[in-house]
Design a protein around this ligand. Structure first.
Ligand SMILES: Nc1ncnc2c1ncn2[C@@H]1O[C@H](COP(=O)(O)OP(=O)(O)OP(=O)(O)O)[C@@H](O)[C@H]1O
Ligand SMILES: [Mg+2]
Length: 254
């Protein structure tokens, strides 16, 4: 790994130069942060599980025609992705009230929303990722009205698909965050899903008990974060037979 050029180190992942132009290697760390880096810790094995869950979800999305940056998983902690120009927005889709929506609007956590709601936040850690509207997005040139239309359509499609996928394994998709990027191919630009989809950026509640199976366990000091992530992987049928210990060693994919 050390011979590879590091492009960026974020809170949860590291990006390295990929083997071919236009590709990157995304390395998933065990580091966990919350409240814009005010709370820090590590969740042992989280990177391995997020790499696997994100691979699984992005592969299914590619199969149903949702364009993503995902190419293939390389090993336990790394995946090969297409390099995109990240649109500086966090796109959140909500199905059930929780987190900042509950705080902001005084809607109790767990309230089913009348319909799925999409929110945009400007990706700027120094500003605490403030919520923005389409007006801000177009006025400041972060995305065009056409880009926003494409993002909304993709976000809702991903949401519908994931709601069903998780429901099938007894999990309620309360809300989740996506990032999108611009990918140029032969002078044509396409908006594709980038970053990751994992329990780090989804709220996932057990359908019967409402037990939290996501990063809120870490944020709210509930304990059992690693076990919750493993449970999500297990239910999706992607945890190796022998349990998480089997996920430690390197595995070369082709
Ligand atoms: N396909 C891609 N091409 C280029 N950059 C990407 C791609 N997918 C994800 N990224 C970027 O890679 C970084 C992943 O690292 P990480 O998630 O740890 O960042 P972060 O600490 O959350 O910071 P940020 O505020 O930049 O998201 C993010 O900045 C994300 O926007
Ligand atoms: Mg991130």
């Amino acid at each position: 790994m050390s011979r590879r050029k590091q492009i960026y180190e974020g809170k949860a992942k590291i990006l390295y130069e990929g083997p071919e132009p236009g590709t990157l290697v995304q390395y998933f760390k065990d580091d966990a942060t919350a409240f814009n880096n005010q709370k820090k810790g590590t969740v042992t094995g989280k990177g391995v599980i997020n790499n696997r869950i994100s691979e699984y979800i992005m592969t299914l999305l590619n199969e149903i025609g949702v364009p993503t940056h995902f190419i293939r998983r390389l090993n336990m902690r790394e995946q090969l992705i297409k390099e995109v120009e990240i649109i500086p927005l966090e796109v959140v889709v909500r199905n059930v009230a929780a987190g900042s929506l509950s705080t902001r609007l005084g809607i109790p956590e767990g309230t089913q929303l009348p319909r799925s709601i999409v929110e945009f936040f400007y990706k700027a850690d120094e500003l605490n990722d403030p919520m923005v509207t389409e007006e801000h997005i177009t006025a400041f040139g972060w995305a065009s009205p056409q880009d926003i239309d494409d993002i909304l359509a993709l976000a809702l499609r991903v949401n519908d698909f994931l709601v069903g996928l998780f429901l099938g394994v007894g999990i309620r998709l309360v809300d989740f965050k996506m990032e999108f990027g611009r990918l140029w191919q032969n002078d044509e630009m396409r908006i594709v899903l980038a970053d990751e989809i994992s329990p780090d950026n989804c709220r996932l509640w057990d359908i019967r008990t409402n037990e939290k199976l996501d990063k809120d366990r870490f944020r709210r000091d509930l304990g059992g974060t690693a076990e919750a992530y493993q449970e999500v992987a297990r239910r999706l049928g992607i945890l190796p037979e022998g349990g998480p210990r089997d996920m430690k060693g390197p595995e070369v994919m082709q």
